[in-house]
Design a protein around this ligand. Sequence first.
Ligand code: ADP
Ligand code: MG
Length: 677
Amino acid sequence: MSLALEDPVSALSGVGEKRQAALRDLGIFTIEDLLTYYPFRYEDLGARRPSETLDGEKVTFKGIVSTPAVVRRFGKRSQTVLGLLIDRENIRVTFFNQPWVAKNIEVGQEVAVYGTYNAAKAALSAIKLVPATTDALDPIYPASKGVKAKTIADLVEQAWGQLRGQMPNLVPQHLRDKYRLLDKNQQIEWAHFPKDSAEAKAGRRSAAFEEFFIFQMRLQLIKQADQSFGGQPLHYDKEAVATLIDRLPYDLTAAQKRVVGEILADQHDARHMNRLLQGDVGSGKTVVAAIAMYAAVTAGCQAALMAPTEILAQQHAKSLAKLFDQAGIDLRVELLTSGLKAAQRRQILTDLTNGDIDIVIGTHALVQDDVYFHHLGLAVIDEQHRFGVKQRSKLREGGMNPDILAMTATPIPRTLSITAYGEMEVSVIDELPAGRKQIITSQLSQRQFDQALALMKAELAKGAQAYVVTPLIEESETLDVRNVTEVYQSLQAALPDYTVGLLHGRLKKDDKDTLMQGFKDNQVQVLVATTVVEVGVDVPNASIMLILDADRFGLAQLHQLRGRVGRGDRQSYTVLVADPKTDYGKERLKALVDTTDGFELAQRDLELRGAGDILGTKQSGMPEFQVGDPVKDLTMLTIAQQEALSLVRESDWDNQVENQPLVTYLSKTMAQFRHFD
Ligand code: ADP
Ligand code: MG
């Protein structure tokens, strides 16, 4: 009976139910999965020179035996010592308790010995003799409790023994030629059983490209399917939209104009819009969303804006109502949150269904089962990374497949957003409105807290307001509350002339709202808070942001917090109070002091940490790659994207002979992949 790629791994000898389950946990179901489960490193059995070897390193030396093997016995124990000449370096090799090796060794013979090197003594504590002919690398596989790396290696060998030469090429020939990629069979051979590190490298390179390419093909196909799935062309009123823009209290920045153009074009198009609007805090995303929503309304549709918190939803509702009002545009904007009284809620739901409401702003309450729209044309999602993927698709289903505009202030280096949001088009506002003063960021140690306090007092004396933020210390809310309360009390004592407010996660919703409103109205001058102020709150009179234990926050989070100030005319300050202990911690804070540009910061963060961490794999739907590294191999990833895109743009790509293995593979695996979206 012959083995096939799509057979389950249980077809191999030595794989019973238990081992099959353990392999499944590693994502290995079929023989094909097993053969594309690549080693993550290789144990070096190749020969090396002592002078290139670190003290204590495990290594294989290949050389000529220079002195005869002498066995010394101590009762049951023994040492066998011989000299080994490697190129021109001579070392002493000692085998412990393996007296028999002496029999197989004579002077002048070439041998290879694997062991631990002692640099000071120029000696090798030998573990074993290896055949002198080997230059090979031992593949080491990512393993688990249930299945050892060695077992995986054996299974791969067993499967490959039967299937060698039979792997179809998923990457089309023209791409393999163009990028000097290996034939699939050579790729497998070299990645699993390299004769030297050059082969291993070449094998992995081809495997990484294949992985990226398949991933990008899937994204492109999802995107195609998405667009073909009943989008609606919005015939919006161009003049009306131009009038709104004209009547805004300020001129749009060039970047805002550009993205408005991109969005309006998408809305007008019959294809379904799925666009991500990225822009740093304060770059003016809200007004862009307002224009898009208004366009939808002039086309006879409704628009919805979903915000991550109640406070933000309220703020949006207020500022949008004001914006339309000032422009002399008569629209019905309503707020739908879970805080509504039952009767109010019922009324709003009715008016949404019969089309009396033009724009609705809300939180998760917008995606409840009993919410029906008359004709939802556009759904805007603010701070989209805070919404689960399910809620996004729920909103999609709830209406009439409305256009989606997701907004995020988490700057992701453009190239990386390919991966994170591969199925979305991306618009970027890369410019702040004119006249904004740069926020001055400084870092102080805990001992210099008085300086921070002095700066705060000076700002307060000018009539400005201040934020003081403390981190979430642990999972324990109680501890956080205690910490933030202590800070609050000491500030109250230090600032007797001002009202200090305390905001933390344990407060009741009403109390939170009252406090936030008080801060907005300048009845409260200093707001002490845990990270609840992170997102979106707009208080232009606040000019100083004091962040305690700043090293406990992520870079992106710190940048968000900083964006709470500098929203008005005042020169604003962010003071990071921290004593970072590690170089990494110091670097991160330094990055914030050095730049206020969110994209530059994201790039620094990326370099300091790597991609997965930044995006938070789960939150963003960022896939994990087995071989490729989306940061280190970014160029390759970008090329894979371009090639996938140009392939699916060929109308008959899926009928061409050279693409058949790819088509088969994608159709086999796409169903599994669907849950990604
Ligand atoms: P974010 O992108 O962080 O959501 P907002 O939309 O809240 O930013 O805008 C921040 C502030 O900038 C708001 O007060 C808004 O009115 C103002 N604003 C937006 N666009 C412009 C512009 N082109 N010129 C001047 N001020 C603007
Ligand atoms: Mg915003």
